[in-house]
Design a protein around this ligand. Structure first.
Ligand SMILES: *Cc1c(COP(=O)(O)O)cnc(C)c1O
Length: 278
């Protein structure tokens, strides 16, 4: 059986009712998280819930549950669904109320939904790397909030798919920010670079984990903006994100990155990452 966590209850899809005037549905007025599950264990659950709590705070959405209760509920959902490898998707909207743009009254409770899904097998792209395109970053200026408003991301990813590419790498005024649903790293002369965690990017848990592990291995990591041209001229490039872990980028806009195959530092980081999740 595939259960859904709806507010505090475990229900089946047949029993799920979404209100037409849920603000998530009408305004994208809500937040979400995607939490990885590897070999029956959640990965970095606390970090994800901390980020969720922060997103809620930034948007003045009431965090509906006690933190600990939510963590236990998500773990129960995972075990009820027998999920071994996959993800827990969780979203909280500002609630359902008669449609007006401004916030509804404090009597309107936020709506929390979580469900699980099996993981796609990513071993092929992790090994072979992917092709990407660059495109203008058209999103708003609070990309640090993991909000349900994903139109800029959706349009960018669609463009990538139409160009037979895996990911769209977003550039704002010639500065590489991140991918449509991933963070971007480059390697140049043995040093790693990634955009600083400010309002222009979503600070990925995978990103932070990679930075921490790289520093442990004595790689130099610079959280500094770099240009689109630096991306194309990089020795290596890779993407990070919960559903893909660490994926090498071998081509961007039809230009080879380095020699067009996954680089040695990227492969080293993938190996370290694999030891963390296994
Ligand atoms: C979720 C997300 C990421 C990756 O974050 P992880 O915590 O590593 O999964 C990167 N960029 C955007 C825009 C995202 O929404």
């Amino acid at each position: 059986m595939n259960y859904i966590l709806y507010d505090k209850n475990f229900i089946t899809i047949e029993d799920l009712k979404i209100d037409m005037e849920d603000r998530g549905y009408q305004f994208g007025d809500g937040i979400y998280e995607v939490i990885g599950v590897y070999n029956g264990k959640t990965f970095k659950m606390i970090e994800h819930l901390n980020r969720l709590e922060r997103s809620a705070k930034e948007l003045q959405i009431d965090f509906p549950h006690d933190f600990r209760f939510l963590k236990e509920s998500l773990e129960k959902l995972q075990s009820l669904n027998g999920l071994q490898n996959g993800m827990i998707y969780l979203q909280i909207t500002r609630g359902a109320a008669s449609r007006v743009h401004h916030f509804p009254g404090s009597d309107v409770p936020p709506v929390l939904i979580a469900y699980t899904r099996e993981m796609n097998d990513n071993s092929f792209i992790q090994k072979k790397g992917v092709e990407c395109i660059t495109t203008e970053d058209l999103r708003w200026l609070r990309c640090d909030i993991k909000s349900l408003n994903l139109l800029g991301n959706v349009l960018a990813k669609q463009k990538a798919v139409e160009n037979n590419s895996f990911e769209a790498i977003l550039c704002r005024n010639e500065i590489v920010t991140e991918g449509s649903a991933t963070n971007v790293f480059i390697v140049k002369n043995g040093v790693l670079y990634t955009h600083p965690a400010n309002n222009y990017i979503l600070n990925g848990i995978t990103r932070s984990t990679v930075i921490e592990q790289c520093r442990k291995m004595n790689y130099k990591v610079e959280e500094k903006p770099f240009k689109t041209q630096d991306l194309l001229d990089a020795d290596e490039a890779f993407l990070t994100g919960t559903l893909i872990d660490v994926v090498p980028v071998r081509k961007i806009n039809d230009y080879n990155i380095g020699s067009g195959v996954p680089g040695s530092i990227t492969i080293g980081i993938q190996q370290i990452f694999n030891t963390l999740i296994n």
